[in-house]
Design a protein around this ligand. Structure first.
Ligand SMILES: Cc1cc2nc3c(=O)[nH]c(=O)nc-3n(C[C@H](O)[C@H](O)[C@H](O)COP(=O)(O)O)c2cc1C
Length: 383
């Protein structure tokens, strides 16, 4: 099976056989690739044993797709915007490793603070990172236009929009050369985003953390359905934590993956250690879907508070009956203090596949290495 055939129509895969000092590679230790993909000579006598060790354990895989080309990044791995989590350290660590990190605009109290956070990320990496702008209906909405202005003025050229049709923002973004990745949960919304001129779409399956929409279509169907319908590059989101997931997404027709929960459980993520340890302990069964009856479903961690919200709403309660329980300030306490039952906090089913708290850059590297191994070694057994 040729490498091109492995990743399908929209993607092509290339392996860079350069050693990367400091890169730990995939924990499953990739087996040495075919001789043709090894570096041709170059090792001096004194460096040979070291470079052989590195070439077995840390040789870098590279998966190039339409998405990586369109966004000018090395690896098709994105860290989705996360309220309270998407700060400079995490975004920069993902981008520094060749993925695409996202600062979450609304985590910053004002547009001016967002500019400072962007500047802080720039001190941590020279590589491209993006800003997530989540536009949700609200009684007293944040000043979205001012946040958008701050993003543009700060010279950011990649934005992840989510929550609503990005159309009202597109002219400004286009005028300033900002490429928009719109995150949505259905093929019809993805098509709409394509029509209004976004560069790429990120499509969230029912498994995802946060808002999966109301259609309940899991990734296994949603991704190929999106591949059939869309012409622009798109990445698969929801339920991805490792290279098996990335390989599967590519095979299903996506051009990469977006991960939230996986990056929340890394060293650079600013949430309390107890939250990360809980994610490692938890299984895929440990989430709740809240707000189903309000048609504003959110997938969150199963805890005493989310159990209570589910119970109240199932018994006919309305939003005012749960308002206090779901208050953002309570959820924020979970992340800050590690009190897991202080409020509602977001996580996806994929926590059942998360078993460690590594540096975010290692997640990027091993996801790509493992995907490469799956695609080029394991699946090629069946060629
Ligand atoms: C703690 C947390 C907060 C999130 N906040 C946002 C947000 O503010 N805006 C947004 O577009 N997506 C948000 N998401 C969703 C992620 O960007 C991503 O789409 C989702 O986590 C993908 O599912 P996964 O967790 O299975 O990888 C959040 C996810 C988590 C885990």
């Amino acid at each position: 099976m040729s490498e091109d055939a492995v990743v399908g129509v929209s993607s092509r895969v290339a392996r860079s056989a350069t050693d990367e000092p400091g890169s730990s590679g995939f924990a499953g230790s990739p087996t040495p690739g075919p001789a043709a993909s090894r570096p041709a000579g170059g090792a001096t006598d004194s460096s040979r044993s070291l470079s052989r060790e590195r070439s077995d354990d840390t040789r870098r895989a590279r998966l190039r797709t339409r998405f990586t080309e369109a966004l000018g990044i090395e690896h098709p791995v994105v860290q989705g915007g996360m309220m309270w989590v998407g700060r400079a350290e995490l975004a920069a660590a993902v981008s520094e490793a060749g993925g695409l990190g996202m600062i979450t605009a609304l985590t910053q109290p004002t547009p001016a603070d967002l500019v400072k956070e962007i500047e802080r990320a720039r001190t941590l990496t020279d590589k491209p990172f993006g800003v997530n702008l989540t536009i949700l209906p609200s009684i007293t909405p944040p000043p979205y236009d001012e946040y958008r202005r701050a993003i543009i003025d700060a010279g950011v050229t990649i934005v992840e929009t989510a929550g609503a049709n990005p159309e009202p923002h597109m002219d400004m973004f286009r005028e300033h050369g900002v490429r928009v990745i719109h995150k949505c949960t259905s093929v019809r919304h993805a098509l709409k985003a394509e029509k209004v001129g976004v560069t790429a779409v990120s499509i969230d399956g029912f498994e995802c953390a946060g808002h999966p929409g109301e259609d309940d279509v899991p990734g296994l169907v949603l991704i190929p359905a999106a591949a059939d319908a869309l012409s622009i590059p798109f990445i698969a989101s929801g339920g991805f934590a490792d290279g098996r997931g990335l390989a599967a997404a590519l095979v299903l027709g996506a051009d990469g993956v977006n991960m939230g929960s996986r990056f929340m459980c890394t060293e650079e993520s600013p949430v309390a250690r107890a939250v990360k340890e809980r994610i490692v302990e938890a299984s895929e069964l440990d989430t709740n879907l809240i707000f189903r009856s309000l048609h504003n479903t959110a997938r969150v961690a199963k805890n005493a508070v989310s159990d209570e919200v589910v119970r109240i709403l199932a018994e006919g309660g309305q939003f005012p009956d749960v308002r206090e329980l779901v208050a953002g300030a309570r959820g924020r306490k979970v992340f800050e203090n590690g009190d897991l039952d202080a409020g509602i906090w977001t996580v996806g089913q994929v926590q059942g596949l998360i078993h460690d708290i590594p540096p975010a850059g290692e997640v990027v590297r091993r996801t790509v290495s493992q995907a490469y191994e799956v695609l080029s070694q394991r699946l090629s057994l069946f060629a």
